[in-house]
Write a protein that binds this ligand. Structure first.
Ligand code: UT7
Length: 331
């Protein structure tokens, strides 16, 4: 029997209009453009403004674009998976809201909570529904309105994060393209270093939790940095080894955009020159589940059918992984 693989056949993206520059942050907290740029590689990030605008609104725009590019109606989508840590509501899932706003009435779906690895985990689980032959069109969207959980008086976190969403369409293929291999990992022992302390069942929202600013992102940056550098580089090297990929075989590294220094360390470990590394952290900062699909969105025109690409991510939880894909189309 011919093996069915899941191939990415279209990409969409959405970035809110408002640009929050390093210069503007200098007015909010004790920081400098020079510090932010040299320590993270970020110049500016996007912020979703407007009352009652949530993660779903950005995801809807990304999926609409994807449908338009592929020439399909949202009614043709069988399933939609949304990676996010900033859902519109604790429940129902943001995937439900997205499908409703899109008019994707034949789709079912759910959210994946894996922080910065949310899109990657969604991509791999979505691919299984294609590989088994039960689903023909699966949308995987990663999006976060990080500005909704960031304390803009905390200079250690507010300079890093931004808002945005990206989406891909998965369809079956029997050609030698698509998602070939994946290594996904979690380690809950790392949860203390990067998390949101309140708002869940263990510590529900109260006046006290609001006063203590426990609904914002808490990050111990240096510890996360060390784990991220090691684990993202290790898992990327592991997927290369397992698939007998040499540096020269790889056309692109698609790394999570958390810190340019983490990206450089991963690329070095894989033996890749900077021109093979997708980078948009300077424009968008860390959009959490949005970074990987937004890289694919920005670089789509440069991708060619047959290109071997490796996606790598690391995020809160801890969660991390690498995915090996052979690109399926020319734009
Ligand atoms: O995407 C999910 C996973 N997240 C990550 O991968 C993030 C990983 N961590 C990082 O990217 C980095 O740790 C940060 C960018 C968050 C921080 O950079 P760092 O080089 O690790 O800085 P640090 O935390 O070691 O702080 C060094 C100094 C401190 O001052 P003192 O104690 O040396 O006087 C901080 O208070 O830099 C200070 N600092 C700042 N200074 C100016 C921290 N934030 C800022 C700031 N502007 N925004």
């Amino acid at each position: 029997m011919t093996k069915i693989r899941a191939a990415i056949t279209a990409v969409g993206g959405y970035l809110p209009e408002y640009i929050l520059s390093n210069k503007e942050l200098e007015k909010l907290v004790d920081t400098t453009d020079e510090w932010i740029l040299s320590r993270t590689g970020i110049s500016e990030r996007r912020i979703l403004k407007g009352a009652n605008k949530g993660t779903s609104d950005m995801c809807v725009e990304a999926v609409k674009m994807l449908c338009q590019k592929r020439g399909i109606d949202p009614m043709e989508i069988d399933m939609l998976i949304c990676g996010t840590v900033t859902p519109d509501f604790p429940f129902p899932a943001t995937a439900n809201v997205i499908c409703d706003k899109l008019g994707a009435k034949n789709a079912w779906g759910y959210d994946v909570s894996a922080a910065c690895s949310g899109f990657m985990f969604g991509l791999v689980t979505g691919s299984k529904f294609i590989e088994t032959g039960t689903h023909k069109k699966v949308v995987v969207v990663g999006g976060d309105k990080m500005s909704s959980i960031i304390d803009y008086s905390d200079r250690a976190t507010c300079v890093i994060f931004g808002d945005g969403a990206g989406a891909v369409l998965l369809e079956p293929t029997t050609e030698d393209v698509g998602i070939v291999d994946a290594i996904l990992k979690t380690d809950g022992a790392g949860r203390h270093f990067l998390h949101q302390k309140a708002g869940g069942s263990m510590n529900p929202a109260s006046h006290q939790t609001v006063d203590a600013k426990e609904h914002f992102v808490h990050q111990e940056g240096q510890s996360v940095f060390k784990f991220a550098v090691t684990n993202m580089a290790d898992v990327s090297a592991e997927i290369m080894e397992r698939n007998e990929l040499k540096s020269e075989d790889i056309a692109w590294l698609v790394p999570h955009q958390a810190n340019k220094r983490i990206i450089d360390a991963t690329a070095n470990r894989m033996g890749l020159p900077p021109e093979k590394v997708m980078l948009n952290i300077q424009k968008y900062g860390n959009t959490t589940a949005g970074t990987l699909p937004l890289c694919l969105f920005d670089y789509e025109k440069q991708l060619k059918k047959g290109d071997k690409i490796v996606l790598a991510a690391f995020g809160g939880g801890f969660t991390w992984g690498a995915v090996y894909i052979i690109w399926a189309y020319n734009s």
